[in-house]
Design a protein around this ligand. Sequence first.
Ligand code: NAP
Length: 344
Amino acid sequence: MSDYLMNSGTMKAVFLEKPEGRLVVKEVKIPQPGPNEVLIKMSAAPVNPSDLAKIRSAHTEYDLTSFIPGLEGSGTVVEAGKGILPHLWKGKRVACSSEYYTSGSWAEYMVTKAGKCFPLGSKVSDEQGSMSLVNPLTALAFFEIARQNKHKAIINNAAAGALGRMVELLGKKNSIPVINIVRNQAQVDTLRQLGSPHVLNSSDSSFIDDLRSLSHELKATLLFDSVCSRQLEMMCDALPYGSSVIIYGNLTGEKQVVFNPRNLISNNLNISGFYLGTRARENGLIKNMLHLKEVSSLMSSDLKIKIHVMFPLSEVQEAVDTYLGNMSAGKVLLDCRTTHSNKL
Ligand SMILES: NC(=O)c1ccc[n+]([C@@H]2O[C@H](COP(=O)([O-])OP(=O)(O)OC[C@H]3O[C@@H](n4cnc5c(N)ncnc54)[C@H](OP(=O)(O)O)[C@@H]3O)[C@@H](O)[C@H]2O)c1
């Protein structure tokens, strides 16, 4: 029997105390991997907007007594269920995403499908590796979509965040200009320091006019929006004829977005949604592995995600509050190896 099971057979994991309540740490049984699954001793896990969205709606979808949050992270595979892939990953340091609502990455151990793990290169730290699935794969997908549909330039909203910075970097690598939309002057300055020539501030009174002229000048016919603000309708109306709008997040939490049907028709606009999980399922294992390899090589070189601070699991609520206080400051990580304070 493995050391971790002989020790106590239990682990610390994050739970939601009650609907809209605080996040707390509880001691529960370590899960066991089934066929095609692995057990990972977790190292680090980020707080992502998608985690918070899942936590907010958890009480309507899951049994809170078994719901463990955390969609991605990094760790070492310590047990393998039946199957070739689980045994291939055993003993390896991996980036991983969760498969089950009962086993998230905000815990000392997580069980997930072996197909949701990818070995980390020796140059990639546990911290950077813990963020190497959701945002990097999404950024790659954006450029795949842009290339497939022959867009000459793209527009991205909430561009000062982790994903936005990656999109800017990949834009340069792919020679596809990116118009970055941010919401204040400090974020304009951050993007300019990163070398972005095209940054618009959605708080400026000239924002919609600026978007209209720059999108027409660069032939930016693909808008990725994760904000869903009340400006979205005017933003869409400002885009060049035949543009596509892809909604991939809902940072405002607005329940509805409004579009003028006449403008959609006359401007030939195409509006759709994007969810990485769906795209990964459609891509299949081999294409996903190729994308992960590309991410791994990018992360070994210039793709570094800014980390703001790291909290132990036991301070999970403080971690979430800190993250929400300043999302653009960088990612807030949970240190799954320790339950006592050891902030970066
Ligand atoms: N659909 C998918 O598959 C998928 C995959 C990956 C990411 N996403 C989405 O991508 C978005 C960005 O993720 P991330 O990891 O880059 O987040 P992040 O690093 O936390 O950054 C979030 C950024 O959004 C800004 N922001 C927050 N609320 C805003 C609002 N109401 N209006 C305008 N800007 C706002 C923040 O600015 P402040 O500092 O000013 O708050 C920050 O710059 C999220 O919505 C996430 O859910 C979706």
